[in-house]
Write a new protein. Structure first.
Lengths: 315, 71
């Protein structure tokens, strides 16, 4: 139904709901303030949800749900209202003057990875057999062309080993070894990275292709006061961490200055929770896996990393 | 029950022979990502323009965090 009867779009509404000062932000706020969270400030000002609307911004229906039945009901109501007047009236300008704070920073020619984070099976599993056991999450990791090239020795020789450059180690450790399995979670602070030892070894040379083995260990740990459940007060003496071993098999084509393979896993033990990552009932140490692989070329594969990009790129 | 091979308490180095098995445990399965088959626009303004061109309503999935990435 969505593919056939609508033009579907998916976007991060965090900037759109308040901060983004341009025509697109205004357009989203106009739509959202007709919807299910209109005017809401408590428990938060979030406007996340599912919206159906005319191109001129007239809301047809909206809901915030993870359940199929309410969503289907919303879509049916939207289509009923659409059919009352199935005609697009106003025309939007082709372009607008975008808020420069939210410009795309996609690393053209660089290295873009898709990550998948998921709990690994447990010998003794007390988790309910629902999304808390089966959840997974994605993110994207971005590295500039120069950063990607820095992973490859300038004069590669089989058996040669070099440390992974610090900016790459930092980015992986702080921003991508996170327990986001059930929901988003803050990045680690620099001081939370207790161990970060990553190396690459040249394992093969095939013409212009350099084959590499990446391996090492990263241990992140934080202790302090924060909420471990959404919209609840912070709690003291909280502890969270992820102690992971990494192993990856990479291939870099020097002719095209591009990775053709980046199959890497980070596997280890996580513990603790954060305000929105849904771990409040599952704080004890348990196995977690993060998989890294080359992203594809679909429009969704240009999705930015979850992180604050200024911090992400060390600015 | 498949066991990950890891204790609940300590991290251990990954054995290369376990790589494929672990990748299979972590990776998303096709029936877990049926939503990905929807031809999502990734920009609200572009979706608005397209909705005008094809005379259809827009359906927007808006989340704090990108629904196509980490949420």
């Amino acid at each position: 139904m969505v593919s056939e009867r609508f033009v579907p779009v998916a976007e991060n509404c965090s900037p759109l709901q308040r901060a983004q000062q341009d025509a697109k932000g205004e357009y989203f706020r106009y739509i959202a303030e007709q919807g299910h969270y209109a005017g809401r400030t408590l428990p938060s000002a979030s406007r996340q949800g599912l919206y159906a609307f005319r191109a001129d911004g007239t809301l047809l229906a909206s809901v915030n749900t993870r359940e199929a039945r309410p969503l289907l009901g919303m879509l049916e109501r939207a289509l009923d209202r659409w059919e009352e007047n199935p005609r697009t009236i106003a025309e939007a300008p082709d372009t607008y003057d975008p808020d420069p704070r939210f410009r795309s920073r996609y690393p053209e020619g660089g290295l873009v990875l898709l990550t998948t984070t998921r709990d690994l099976p447990r010998a003794a599993d007390t988790r309910p057999d629902d999304l808390r056991r089966h959840a997974f999450n994605h993110d994207y990791a971005w590295f500039t062309r120069e950063e990607a090239a820095s992973l490859v020795p300038t004069d590669p020789r089989i058996g040669g080993v070099m440390p992974v450059p610090l900016p790459i180690v930092r980015r992986i450790a702080r921003f991508h070894l996170l327990d986001s399995t059930r929901g988003e979670t803050p990045a680690w602070r620099a001081e939370d990275v207790e161990v970060a030892d990553l190396t690459v070894e040249v394992t093969g040379l095939d013409g212009e292709v350099v084959e590499l083995r990446l391996e090492g260990r990263i241990r992140n740990h934080a202790h302090g006061t924060w909420a471990i459940r959404g919209f609840q007060p912070p709690e003291s003496d909280q502890d969270r961490g992820f102690d992971a071993w990494l192993l990856g098999f990479l291939a870099y084509d020097r002719a095209t200055s591009a990775f053709t393979r980046f199959d890497t896993l980070a596997v280890g033990t996580r513990w603790g929770g954060t305000e929105y990552n849904g771990r409040y009932d599952d704080l004890a140490p348990a196995p977690l896996g993060v998989m890294f692989e080359l992203a594809g070329s679909l429009p969704r594969d240009r999705t930015p990393p979850h992180a604050n990009l200024a911090d992400y790129f060390g600015e | 029950m498949i066991h990950s091979g890891l204790s609940n308490a300590a991290a251990t180095a990954i054995k290369p022979a376990d790589l494929d098995r672990l990748r299979d445990l972590i990776s998303a399965k096709p029936d877990e990502e049926r939503w990905a088959a929807i031809p999502w626009e990734t920009d609200l303004w572009a979706a608005r323009r397209r909705a005008q061109e094809v005379n259809k309503p827009v359906f927007m999935w808006a989340m704090n965090g990108n629904p196509l990435g980490c949420v």
